[in-house]
Structure formats: C-alpha cells, structure tokens
Design a protein around this ligand. Structure first.
Ligand code: ADP
Length: 459
C-alpha cells in the first residue's frame, strides 16, 4: 500500500472517529435538552391547572375550572397537551385533550398520594406513539384530595432527533470520503519530490556520482532529505575520486623503481662484465628493491589504517621514546651540520601503539632533516590540560601557505625537484597514526624560514 493511500485512509478514519464522538455528543445533548424543555412546559401546565382547580372540604370542584372554558381547552389542544384529573382511588374525574385512554400507572398514583410528583415516558398501545407524562398531587390543607396528570406527545422531540440522526449518518461518511480524497491529494503533492529522489537515485551508478537532485532548498523534511542526499552524494563522489587517484598514484610510484630495475638489468646483461660491474649492478638493484619494499609497506599501512588495534595499546613513556628517536636520527642531522635539540621533560606518558608512534616521530624528524640545510631542529613536548603536545620545529626551507592544507594528502609533494627521494606518503601516514590515537597532527610553516609540526595526543 502506498504512503499516500495509507495517509488518506488514516485521515478518513480519524475524521470518522471524531465525527462519531462529536455526533454522539450533539445527539445526546439535544435529546436531553428537548426532553428537559418538554418537562418544564408540562410542569408549568400542571401548575396552572392545579391553581385553577377549586377544592372544598376534601372534594374537587371542577364546575368552574379550565375544563369548562372553551378557550383554555382550545389552547391545550393547540399545544397538544392533555389534562386528566383522578380521584384518590385512581378513578378518572375529568379529562381534557387528545390522549385520554392511557392508564394511570399505579406507581405514579402511589407517589402522588405521598405528595410526590413523577415524570415518565410511555407509549400509546394503539399507535406506538411515545408520550411524556407528569403526575402531581392536588393538595388542600396538606391533604391529597386528587391527582392531576399532564400528558404531551414526544413526537416533535423524536422527529427532531431522527432528523439529526439522519444528517449525521449520511453526512459523516460523505465528509470522511471527502477528507480521504483531500488527504490523498495533499499527500501526493507533499511526496512528489520523494518520487523525484527515487528516480534520481535509480539513475545514479558508482561510475557516475556527479548527478545531484538539485531540488529547490526548502526547510521542510523533504527539502532536508534532498539536501542530505546531495551532500552524501558529494562525499561519495569525493571519496571515489580520491580512491581512484590513490590507485593511480600508487601504480605510478611502483612503476618507477621497477622501470629502474629493468634498465639496470638490461644494461648489465647487454655484454659480459667484470665482477665489479656485476657487484655495482646488484647494489643498485638492492637499493631499488629497498625502495619498493618501503613503498609497499607504506601503502599497506595506509590501507590498513593506523588505528591501534585492540590489545596493542599500552602505556608508553613518551619522554624516553622521543629521546630514543632523536638519538637515532642525530647522526643523520649532524652529518648535514644541523643541531638536533631534544627539549622534553621526563615522565610524560600516553597509551597507544609504540611502533606506530615511533614511525610518526621518525617521519617528522626525517622530514625536518631532509628539508633543512642549516640551523637546528628542535623537539619539544609539553603536557596540557587534556593532551600532550609534541612539536618538531626546523629552520629549513619551509612551505608556502597554499601547500599547507595538502601536505598530509597521500602522494602529495610540494615540489618534485626538492624531494627526489620522497614518496609523499610520510605525512599521510603520520597524520593517520596521530588520528588513530585520538589526536591530531598540524603544521605551521613559512617559506625559507622553517616549519613546525605539532602532534597532540590525548592523555
Ligand atoms: P616526502 O616523502 O616527499 O617527504 P611527506 O608526506 O613526508 O613526503 O611530505 C610531503 C611534502 O611536504 C614533502 O614533499 C615536502 O615538500 C613537504 N614537507 C614535509 N616536511 C617538511 C618540512 N619539515 N619542511 C619543509 N617541507 C616539508
């Protein structure tokens, strides 16, 4: 069942329930109100009649009452009201009006003799017409001398109620039907953009993620859905593009050492050579294989992600780790005439993967040495409120601002000329390790002045 059909049915069902409740309320209030009004008029007629009836020494004198007055009788007839006077024993003494042959209920008579009044609803045995009756005592000096009964037809009341019932029973389904149609068309209107989303989503394949819904931006649910859908497509598109770029770059990088090895082999095998030549060729081949191995390891690491796997996480003395890394790279720095200063207080600890953290700081220090011609490299570490900050600062060639947002991208190199031996993967791996530890890696740099890389690790 479609959403719009379900919506239409719900609207109709809810309206029907509401109409039924409202109709019942109106019906019963009207029934109550009309009966009350009739009862009031009966009570009034009875009071008038009793006031007109004369009593003398426990006897009812009807000789000079409304029963004799033609105009009063006509008036009662017009109002369709019947008056009946009974003796204490229940014998009919006098009547006036259209409904005369209904029996006086014994319970009403008994109550009247106790000076009490009764309202009751009866039906005429002949034609099944309903009546309302009011029975009241006729009292003289505190003694009941007779009983008066006033009767009126409930026809008008019943007719009014029947008409209302008809209107409700006929009108409610019609209204519900109209509401169902209205609900259907409203839902269809509101859901039209969803159909458009479905059609577009069907047309989008992994090869062509450039399509967008491009629905007009509205702040309703559907508008937000469409916008979210477009954003998701943009992210997927971006991710796919980067993935493709990565594969292309990786293949390209792997081809370079392989081509070099092929060249060495074909040159060496072109003629007979001296043992020294073969040795030199083998050394060259070993260099290229080393490079290939380093590259494939980096690629593997990037593909795996550097999140510390469960269990590998351990408590690490970061101060000692930084000292050791600095010591291992100091010969490299000193060979270039650079000072490597390690300004790290003792006792800093983090939890994480020791090998990964070593790789991270070796990458940063290695770059600092590579891209600094003179001056010094300084490693500092400070404990903050929630994290540890390690900086690696150099006085090297630095980078222009436009490169700063890209240096952490895989295979990104600022300038092919100045980094003949780099792969462009070192900083990508370093950032991945920092993020894998819940931290971050950022850079500040000025061209020809130096760079500062900052690693923050949560404690
Ligand atoms: P690479 O293997 O080329 O060094 P990285 O990912 O480690 O790859 O670095 C990316 C680029 O960022 C490098 O090509 C280099 O131009 C620049 N870079 C990295 N570290 C520094 C630094 N300390 N000073 C200047 N430039 C740097």
């Amino acid at each position: 069942m479609t959403l719009r059909l379900r919506f239409a049915l719900w609207v109709a069902a809810l309206l029907l329930v509401a109409l039924a409740a409202f109709g019942a309320f109106v019906y019963f209030s009207l029934a109550h109100g009309l009966t009350d009004a009739l009862d009031d008029s009966l009570r009034l007629s009875a009071a008038q009649a009793i006031a007109a009836i004369k009593t003398e020494n426990g006897q009812i004198d009807l000789s000079d009452s409304i029963f004799r007055s033609g105009s009063a009788a006509a008036e009662l007839h017009k109002r369709d009201v019947t008056l009946r006077v009974f003796s204490r024993s229940g014998q009919t003494l006098q009547t006036l009006g259209p409904y005369l042959d209904l029996p006086l209920a014994p319970s009403s008579l008994a109550k009247a003799l106790r000076q009490d009044t009764t309202f009751s609803t009866l039906t005429d045995a002949h034609d099944n017409d309903p009546f309302r009756s009011y029975t009241a005592p006729i009292v003289e000096n505190g003694q009941v001398v007779g009983v008066l009964q006033v009767l009126a037809s409930l026809d008008d009341v019943q007719e009014a109620l029947a008409r209302l019932r008809q209107a409700l029973l006929l009108g409610s389904p019609l209204l519900a039907l109209a509401a169902a149609f209205g609900g259907y068309f409203l839902a269809a209107r509101a859901l039209a953009p969803i159909d458009q989303i479905i059609r577009t989503a069907r047309r989008i394949s992994a090869d062509d993620l450039s399509r967008r819904l491009g629905l007009p931006a509205t702040n309703d649910e559907v508008g937000r859905l469409a916008a979210t859908f477009d954003e998701m497509l943009a992210r997927l598109d971006d991710a796919f593009r980067r993935e493709r770029q990565f594969t292309a770059d990786a293949s390209h990088e792997l081809r370079t050492p392989l081509a070099a090895m092929q060249a060495i082999l074909s040159v060496t095998r072109a003629q007979r050579r001296s043992p020294e030549d073969y040795e030199a060729a083998l050394t060259d081949l070993a260099d290229e294989t080393n490079r290939l191995r380093g590259l494939t390891e980096d690629l593997l690491r990037l593909a795996r992600g550097e999140t510390p796997p469960e269990g590998v996480s351990e408590e690490i003395d970061l101060s000692t780790l930084l000292d050791d890394v600095a010591d291992s790279l100091r010969p490299l720095a000193e060979a270039k005439g650079l000072a490597l200063i390690c300004d790290v207080p003792a006792g800093l600890t983090v939890t994480g993967d020791r090998d990964a953290l070593i790789r991270l700081f070796v990458n940063l220090l290695d770059n600092a040495v590579k891209y600094t011609a003179r001056g010094s490299i300084t490693v500092t570490a400070r404990a903050g409120a929630h994290d540890l900050r390690v900086t690696v600062a150099d006085t090297g060639i630095g980078m222009a601002a436009e490169h700063l947002s890209h240096v952490f991208d895989r295979f990104y190199r600022v300038d092919q000329g100045r980094t003949e031996h780099g792969t462009g993967l070192g900083l990508a791996i370093a950032r991945q390790i920092a993020q894998g530890h819940g931290g971050a890696l950022t850079v500040e740099s000025t061209l020809n002045m130096g760079s500062i890389f900052t690693v923050s690790l949560p404690t």
